[in-house]
Design a protein around this ligand. Structure first.
Ligand SMILES: CC(C)(COP(=O)(O)OP(=O)(O)OC[C@H]1O[C@@H](n2cnc3c(N)ncnc32)[C@H](O)[C@@H]1OP(=O)(O)O)[C@@H](O)C(=O)NCCC(=O)NCCS
Length: 182
C-alpha cells in the first residue's frame, strides 16, 4: 500500500476480500457524490462541530479545499464512498502543522476506507513538508476515529472537557490529537 507522484500526491490502494478502493484527488465534478456523505455526517451531529443545517453551497465551500490544501475521494469501482480534506492547520507561524478531516458513507464503514484516506493524507502532509498533523476536535465518544488515529501513531495531547454536545451522550470532551511527521 502507498506510493505517490512527483507532485507529492499520495496514492493509496486498498485491496481485500470486500473491496478494492482507490484514493484520488477530488474534482468539482465529484461534488454531487460527495455532498450526500458530508450531509449524512453533519446531520448526525455526533462527530463534527459543523452546523447540521448547512446548505449544499455552504458544504461545498467548507469541504472542497483549494490548493495548496487538497480534497480527496475514496472510489470503489464506480462508487464514491468516502472523502477527506487536508490543509495547514493554522496560518502564518502555525502553517507548518497540517490538519485533515475524513468522512466515509455509513454503509461503507469498517472496510478500510477511512484508514486509506488517512494514510493518503499523511503521505501528502509528509511530501508537502509539514512537521506534524493535528486534529483539533475529535469527540471522545467517536470510537472509530480515536482508534484509527491511535493506530496511525497519533496521541491525545489534551481533551477539552464538555466541548461537544453529543445527541445521545450529552456534553463530552473533544480530544486534540497529534502526530509528529518525519
Ligand atoms: C471515522 C471514519 C472515517 C472511519 O472510517 P472507516 O472506513 O469506517 O474506517 P476503517 O474501516 O478504515 O477502519 C480503520 C480503523 O478504525 C477503527 N474502527 C473502525 N470502525 C470502528 C468501530 N466501529 N469501533 C471501533 N474502532 C473502529 C479500527 O481501529 C480500524 O482499524 P482496523 O484496520 O484494525 O479495522 C468513519 O467511521 C466515519 O466517516 N465516521 C463519521 C465521520 C467521522 O467521525 N470522521 C472523523 C471525525 S474526527
Amino acid at each position: 500500500m502507498g506510493g505517490g507522484d512527483a507532485l507529492g500526491r499520495g496514492q493509496v490502494v486498498v485491496d481485500d476480500v470486500d473491496m478494492a478502493a482507490r484514493i484520488r484527488d477530488a474534482t468539482l465534478g465529484d461534488w454531487p457524490a460527495i455532498w450526500p456523505i458530508v450531509r449524512e455526517v453533519v446531520v448526525a451531529r455526533d462527530t463534527f462541530t459543523y452546523d447540521p443545517e448547512m446548505t449544499e453551497d455552504e458544504g461545498r465551500a467548507l469541504w472542497m479545499v483549494a490548493s495548496p490544501g487538497r480534497t480527496t475521494v475514496a472510489v470503489d469501482g464506480g462508487a464514491l464512498l468516502g472523502t477527506a480534506n487536508m490543509y495547514a492547520n493554522r496560518a502564518g507561524p502555525g502553517a507548518h502543522i497540517a490538519s485533515a478531516s475524513f468522512m466515509v458513507a455509513s454503509a461503507a464503514r469498517g472496510r478500510g476506507m477511512g484508514r486509506a484516506l488517512a494514510e493518503d493524507s499523511l503521505f501528502w502532509a509528509r511530501a508537502a513538508g509539514f512537521r506534524a498533523m493535528q486534529f483539533n476536535a475529535v469527540a471522545e465518544t467517536n470510537a472509530a476515529a480515536v482508534a484509527l488515529y491511535d493506530s496511525l501513531g497519533f496521541s491525545i495531547v489534551g481533551t477539552v472537557p464538555e466541548a461537544f454536545d453529543h445527541p445521545e451522550h450529552g456534553l463530552v470532551g473533544l480530544h486534540v490529537m497529534y502526530l509528529k511527521l518525519g
